[in-house]
Design a protein around this ligand. Sequence first.
Ligand code: PMP
Length: 431
Amino acid sequence: MNFNKEKSKKLFEEAKKFLPGGVTYALRYFEPYPFYVVKAKGSKIWDVDGNEYIDFWMGHGAIITGHMHEPIINALKEQLNYGFHFGWCNEWEVKWAKAVCEWFSADMVRPTNSGTEANMYAIRLARAYTGKSKIGKFEGGWHGGYDALHKSVNYPYDKPASLGLTEECTKNTIILPYNDLEGVYRKVKGEELACIIVEPVMGAAGIIPAEKEFLKGLRELCDEKNALLIFDEVITGFRFFRGAQHFYDVKPDLTTLGKAVGGQYFPGAGAFCGKAEIMEKIDQIKNPNFWDRVFHGGTYTGNALTMRMGYELITYLENKGINFYNQIDKFGEEIISELKNIFEEKRVKAYVTGLNSLFAIHFTNEKPTNGLTAETTRNKDLQRKLFEFMINNGVVYLTPSTPHFFLSSAHTNKDEEKFLSLIKEFINKKT
Ligand code: PMP
């Protein structure tokens, strides 16, 4: 890649000595070296070399109201007077819990330190509640690094998703085809299932929305099999008004959350919520013996920083209501439809997938309806060139592989114009 950012280059040289691969998360790496961010505000970020970028990555999709949104930052400043980590109960965990339950019409919730952890506990809870071991997850679905769910994440799906996973950990995980209800029925026939976990919009696989009938079918299937339906709404929970479950009108038994549930900028962000009769399996008052209940907890669970910031964000979104979402979703729909027009006009083999404020560009021959169609015919060279062109012109997104984009309410018409005109320029050059 033609890339010239001297300070970032130097930092990466140093980083390689102490961090494996020079990074804290492999997906942030690209050739020849990543850029290092020093500042973020609204829809923009700046790197150590002084370059400005329109940011469409938005902190892994966690950020919905833009970087350094004033109401959240003001609350943070106020909380500085009191402290963040008490290791005791605090009022913010109560306010946060009520706000999360109201947002998702759930009875009860518990906070976790990440989306990974939320999914780990939700699976444990589903197994405890149903007394069954097997779990269904989808090909291409990403739920974080928890062993039992770290299977068939990346194409080719038959390869181990990571070294170090024992067969024991993943043998009860049944891999299911996304957006293919008949295929799912075939795979689970005769199986004693504790749960099926699904992303209503597959994120890492390339922002692929579920078909409504598919999710409704999964609901019926889980009811037939006395299995729990878990929606992983780590990405979608606050990108849709009251979550994707409200948008699709399908109610899961448990919902797992991450990212924005902790106020969008703060670590230790995660949660799982759902019906009281399931969540009460954790209740230490109702189940005094530890062997009669499900363990959940941790040093930082319910810390005042994440709880308050999560509460402040949910309250902000609640007060703005559906209008907030109508505006940002309209923006997304406009960009998606413009992109489709550009690719059609220039006869570029590309599909744009997505919904509302999240979308992806697939340089493929087939319309991606699951991880598999999205992967097999991908033009990786074109993806890489687009990334290079965009980053050199002040636009960033994840990643050099499938281009993923997340919008926020801080993105402006000017950002949209710049992005679309760069796409046109790139396509004109390449075709
Ligand atoms: N589920 C989904 C759908 C995700 O997108 C992610 C992270 N991108 C996770 C779970 C894991 O969350 P975390 O990175 O906070 O562990």
